[in-house]
Design a protein around this ligand. Structure first.
Ligand code: DC
Length: 223
């Protein structure tokens, strides 16, 4: 039976994971968050004491013993590192930064490539990331590039952090967002960019529910 693959790429803070998760639930597809895979490899490198800024040191952590697994528990993706559930541990700022740096190492991307391909081959899915429509699933049935202005994304992230009781300044969140955009779209390997055949969805001026409805409509119109 042919499976349906939807690729959603876009910059940090565009709401990809929340929107993709809800759209997948509505369509009865599984949702695969590929950022979590990079985060798990980043966590492993930190735990192994690698120098995150040194590609060779990171490559040395990609051993035969390294097992990165994705399991679905009650429909939710959980990440396992050598059998340990690390789904919460990969969400710290330290791991975000490690994932950002280690994901620029070609060997890390190669290490995770087959796993992503296999998951897509076996499941109707929405897979989100930075290079899904361009590199991982160039033949995806639907490709969406989900974005919003840096200001809109920073505003949302700022509100989220404030609600968590964190003491942050909007200007810092915005400059961090602009820096991450630059790093993600200027790296030598698999940079963030819209695939030629991707539909552009800009959520700057619409709320979360409208964004979910828009993505579901784009997908339903094409499958
Ligand atoms: O989406 P996220 O913030 O959880 O992703 C964590 C890091 O992994 C981010 O810095 C970009 C990188 N990443 C990537 O290079 N390719 C992907 N397909 C997904 C994430």
């Amino acid at each position: 039976m042919k499976v349906i693959n939807v690729a959603i790429d876009g910059p940090a803070g565009a709401g990809k994971s929340t929107i993709s998760r809800k759209a997948a639930a509505e369509l009865g597809f599984i949702y695969i968050d590929t950022g979590a895979l990079y985060r798990t490899v980043g966590l492993n490198a930190l735990r192994k004491g690698a120098d995150i800024n040194d590609p060779q040191s990171v490559i040395a952590t990609l051993t035969d013993e390294l097992k990165v697994e994705l399991r679905f528990i009650d429909g939710e993706q959980r990440m396992f590192l050598c059998g340990e559930d690390v789904s919460d541990k990969i969400r710290t700022p330290e791991v975000s930064s490690a994932a950002s740096k280690t994901s620029a190492v070609p060997e890390v991307r190669k290490f995770l490539f087959d796993l992503q391909k296999q998951l897509a081959k076996e499941n109707n899915c929405i897979m989100d990331g930075r290079d899904i429509g361009t590199v991982v699933l160039p033949d995806a049935d639907v490709k969406i590039f989900l974005t919003a202005t840096p200001e809109a994304r920073a505003e949302r992230r700022y509100k989220e952090l404030k609600e968590k009781g964190m003491d942050v300044k909007y200007e810092d969140v915005l400059s961090d967002m602009i820096k991450r955009d630059y790093d993600d779209s200027h790296r030598a390997i698999a940079p963030l960019k819209q695939a030629d055949d991707a539909v552009l969805a800009d959520t700057s001026d619409i709320d979360l529910q409208q964004s979910i409805d828009l993505i579901i409509k784009i997908i339903k119109d094409r499958i």
